[in-house]
Design a binder for this molecule. Sequence first.
Ligand code: GLU
Length: 312
Amino acid sequence: MSGVPVEESLDYRRLLDAAAAAARATTGQGRVADYIPALAAADPEAFGMAVATVDGELYGVGDWERPFSIQSVSKLFSLALALAHGGDGVWGGVGREPSGNPFNSLVQLETEHGIPRNPFINAGALVVTDRLQSLTGDAAGAVREFLRRESGNPLLDTDPAVAASEAEHGHRNAALAHFIASHGNLQNPVETVLDHYYAHCAIAASCRDLVLAGSFLARYGVRADGTRLMTRSEAKRVNAVLLTCGTYDAAGEFAFRVGLPGKSGVGGGILAILPGRAAVCAWGPRLDQAGNSVAAVAALDALTTLSGCSIF
Ligand code: GLU
């Protein structure tokens, strides 16, 4: 034994089976999000996982083709598209440090003058949605079209019932948006920003769709068709912010267990990136205290532990 377990090529079928077994071992742990009432209808025992390699291979296990509410996983795509369309200017209105606070906290905004800590807490995602709206005229449409094109799934869409449920119970997001606007850090009307934010969070997509759409980050900014979405340097930066801020206030624990850049959502999905190799998505609706899927974290932990393949 050399003590260096990294293999040249990974046996993804075997790894996915092992990851699914690790996810099954968490059955019953965690709670399905219900603060957005429409999310409470998710099947708590569902589990799926998919891998899309940089060479175009696709693997899946369990419910990997079943759509779920992507929620904050959409923030990865809104950020990527805002950077792709607007370049570095986006960073003028949002930082890139972990917040150390819950994803929907108002506290820091007050002391930090309406500049959210990072693009993945709700406040930061609202600023990114606002910039993407200015850059494209249709922020939610830009995210939806990108996901459709990359996944090859023309049926991928916003679930209007989830978007309406978010809007109805969105007092905290509305408060964040108004507060940011009061500091002059929104370019569009609060209602427009909230509508587009809810619409991209409420997109329903499967693990299959998300690995295909996220694989540009594994290719250092290059899409499946060979065109470049963003520079290699921008892809590095998105991956860095995913690692430090992508899994709520548990990004340290996620780096410790999984060792990959990743973005989680309260729908129970986590999209993670093995730079140079693959995009991986795991989904299970039951969440831990921090808001990350118990089953998805366990599955990703198993995948990188068994393969010896993480960014570390
Ligand atoms: N749309 C959700 C919210 O604003 C996103 C939550 C999440 O997945 O982190 O509360």
